[in-house]
Write a protein that binds this ligand. Structure first.
Ligand SMILES: [Zn+2]
Length: 440
């Protein structure tokens, strides 16, 4: 793949440091480690601040979005790499593995705003990414890092969107991918994608934690690059959900950004994005984050209720599988994100999530169950008077409707659609007439 770059679009002189949050150890930005080699702690990427700040930095990002991006570099066409000074500035153009991804729509639908109870509700639909979930934003960064370090293979433990995204980006990079999944429920859409993109899937007798343990061992013993949610470069890519929605709003911050919260990777990434965007003068005002959990998997919401006095774990149960997590990995960073943004955490029932999903689906937008939590959570906080009707809210939808076709069908059949016996032509005509006359 050849890409053309103008000198002003090359950011490679700008370096980054990878630092352990627990012991403070620092690693070069070409590290193959996903966690700290000294203490096993979480790693975070810190960038040297770009020279441009405030209006100049906004102009740089906006220029890349303009007509020039059709003729410019592959990186400029990506909704992730457009912001590369804040993602991985040292990556060389030939190292970047980009579909491209991002560039997801920010849509307004009256029916959804009416359901949530706010006048100005926008939906940032991350299901419009290449593998149909937000995970592509982190995966383009992680596979770029895999290419930079010359990884022989990549692996993750996942039951869903992560494995589909990993499989897609590994295929593009030409790097073998291994996906470790626990026995039991995997949604049809995600399983089909992972296999079709050509990943090696290993089904393990055990649960998700057993898969994670095996992935770590394989990483240590076989030199396979681990791209689980703890991978620090994935966080850097996921930050661009926020950067892109701010750009779409003309860098005018909304009052709230609502998102589904399971493993808390996005909550952490959104907090980091907002801290950096504010420090660099991209925005004047920091929007409040609203992290929404499913009531059956809500340790973070319980923590919020007592000001995060203790870290909590629960046995998770919810039909919103993408946020069915009982022991969130990014807890500490998500706490920081909620505190920094004066945010809020709320739990909603599965019934509330599916009620929101039916509204989002029926207006022609559609999303997977977990995504609808971000709409259900806004409705709950409007009812409680925490969010005002006049406030501007962006709800992030993390995955496409077809990620979980069984859930979509179940939601409609429960509403009385699709369950009928096949009709003869004469019966069908009569049926059409009745439906038309009853809809007026
Ligand atoms: Zn450490």
């Amino acid at each position: 793949m050849s890409v053309t770059l103008t000198p002003s679009s090359i950011a490679s002189e700008q370096r980054s440091t990878v630092r352990c949050a627990s012991c403070g150890a620092t690693l070069d930005d070409r590290t193959a480690r996903a966690t700290c080699p000294n203490c096993g702690g979480l790693l975070a990427v810190e960038h040297v601040a770009p020279k441009a700040k405030g209006a100049a930095l906004r102009a740089l990002f906006d220029d890349r979005l303009g007509a020039a991006s059709y003729r410019g570099s592959a990186a400029d066409r990506s909704g992730v790499w457009r912001f590369r000074e804040l993602v991985l500035p040292a990556a060389r153009p030939e190292e970047i593995v980009s579909h491209p991804e991002g560039n997801t729509p920010l849509v307004a639908r009256e029916a959804v705003a009416g359901f949530a109870g706010v006048d100005a509700l926008r939906l940032k639909h991350e299901g419009h990414n290449p593998s149909a979930s937000f995970k592509d934003r982190g995966m383009t960064a992680a596979l770029t890092q895999a290419r930079r370090i010359g990884a022989r293979a990549v692996a993750c433990a996942s039951t869903g969107n992560t494995s589909a995204s990993l499989a897609a980006y590994a295929a593009q990079a030409g790097i073998p991918a291994f996906v470790l999944v626990p026995e039991g429920r995997v949604s049809t859409g995600k399983l089909a994608q992972t296999l079709a993109y050509g990943a090696h899937m290993i089904r393990l007798r055990g649960d998700f934690d057993d898969c994670l343990e095996l992935a770590r061992e394989a990483s240590e013993q076989l030199g396979i690059y681990l791209v689980n949610s703890l991978n620090p470069f994935r966080v850097e890519g996921q930050k661009t959900i926020v950067l892109e929605l701010l750009q779409q709003l003309g860098w005018e911050s909304p009052d709230w950004i609502a998102l589904p919260a399971g493993n808390l990777g996005n909550t952490a990434a959104f907090g980091k994005a907002l801290r950096e965007a504010h420090a660099l003068g991209l925005i004047d005002r920091v929007p409040r984050l609203l992290a929404v959990q499913a009531a059956g998997a809500a340790p973070f919401a319980a923590g919020f209720a007592d000001d995060f006095a203790t870290r909590r774990r629960v046995r998770a149960e919810t039909a919103a599988t993408a946020i069915r997590i009982g022991d969130p990995a990014s807890w500490d960073r998500a706490v920081e994100a909620i505190r920094f943004t004066q945010g809020h955490v709320v739990a909603v029932s599965d019934a509330e999530i599916f009620a929101a999903k039916r509204v989002v689906d029926a207006c022609g937008v559609g999303c997977e169950p977990a995504s609808a939590a971000s709409v259900a959570g806004v409705r709950t906080l409007v009812e409680r008077g925490v969010i005002g009707r006049e406030e501007r809210v962006v709800s992030v939808l993390t995955g496409h409707l077809l990620k979980d076709p069984d859930a979509a069908l179940a939601a409609r059949v429960a509403g009385g659609l699709g369950a009928e016996e096949p009709l003869t032509r004469a019966e069908a005509l009569g049926h059409l007439e009745r439906v038309l006359s009853s809809s007026h």
